[in-house]
Design a protein around this ligand. Structure first.
Ligand code: HEM
Length: 292
């Protein structure tokens, strides 16, 4: 959850958000483990029941606080007027939720759900892409998404009994498409564990997001509806970061450690720490100075 909202006491709020995200990741991992206990999963759920009951209320409280800060600010400024030049995403969603003529009805609950789940995937993908670029400066976003899909599994429930890969799956059983394995399938991708952005220049690119083997956004009717938005945001953000700055790994090591952490989405195990250097801007300044 990358809270990009402007609120008072931002540092404390950001710290609280970070803690909540960490807790959410840990709780989800525990719930998944409990789910894997099969017939004993109820025991796992029972042990986690208090945490699972309290956690959504705490998230809701934090998001409600941020929403109210936005509303208060808007009451004293022009944040909701359409000529406002600098609204953030929450301002825009609030504006849509209050617009009686909007084609799509966005509720307060929708806004909270959006910030709770869907921003972490984009932030994770951006961090993985930056990490790959720092280790391989010529990187491309699609390849980072292929190697490190932030959502590792796409859940489904079987509507009818079927047989997949020699396994009988009864009707109503919950299954998960293993996105991580699909995007590293050696039958589809040559040297699947290698970061090799050139492969997208050699024919894979025109197959698009729905191609077999590129499952970072899931597939079929329930495929991620935010794929184009996420892809555009990541490309612009990463392009701006690498165009304007040279980057140095910030922890004194040679490269970025690429281990993944445990959680609902696949994040870097250690937060990406890197330092922007003003090299490019200085070059530009020197060029401009020499042309005077
Ligand atoms: C890099 C960023 C993102 C990744 C990797 C990602 C990945 C995924 C995946 C794998 C699924 C499951 C698809 C399936 O079951 O076949 C999904 C579902 C979904 N995603 Fe994303 N997503 C990202 C960003 C976003 C954004 C920015 C939004 C919203 C603007 C979004 C909204 C959704 C929604 C609403 C669903 C549920 C769709 C459904 O069940 O019908 N996602 N996403």
């Amino acid at each position: 959850m990358a809270m990009s909202t402007r609120c008072s006491g931002e540092d404390n709020e950001a710290e609280r958000c970070r803690k909540l995200v960490k807790e959410s990741n840990e709780l989800t991992a525990k719930m998944l483990l409990a789910h894997m206990l099969g017939p004993f999963k109820r025991v796992g759920y029972f042990l986690l029941r208090r945490q699972a009951k309290e956690f959504p209320a705490r998230c809701d409280e934090m998001l409600e606080r941020i929403l109210m800060e936005h509303e208060e600010r808007s009451a004293s400024s022009a944040a909701y007027s359409f000529d406002c030049t600098n609204p953030d995403l929450m301002d825009i969603l609030l504006r849509v939720s209050k617009d009686p003529e909007a084609d799509i009805k966005v509720t307060r609950k929708n806004i909270k759900a959006f910030f709770l789940v869907r921003t972490s995937t984009t932030a994770d993908a951006m961090a993985w892409t930056m990490a790959e670029i720092l280790n391989h400066p010529e990187a491309v976003v699609k390849e980072a998404l292929r190697l490190h899909p932030p959502v590792m599994a796409a859940p489904r429930v079987c509507r009818e009994a079927c047989r997949v890969g020699g396994f009988d799956i009864p009707k109503g059983v919950a299954v998960a498409l293993n996105v991580y394995s699909i995007t590293r399938d050696p039958d589809v991708w040559e040297n699947p564990d290698e970061f090799s952005p050139e492969r997208f220049l050699q024919g894979m690119v025109e197959k698009g997001f729905q191609a077999n083997g590129f499952a970072a956004f899931g597939g079929g009717r329930r495929m991620c509806p935010g794929s184009n938005l996420a892809f555009t945001v990541i490309c612009y953000a990463v392009a701006a970061m690498v165009q304007c700055f040279d980057w140095k790994v910030g922890n004194g090591e040679d490269g970025v450690r690429m281990e993944a952490g445990l959680g609902m989405t696949m994040s870097l195990a250690k937060p990406l720490v890197c330092l922007p250097l003003l090299q490019v801007c200085l070059d530009q300044f020197q060029m401009e100075a020499s042309s005077l």
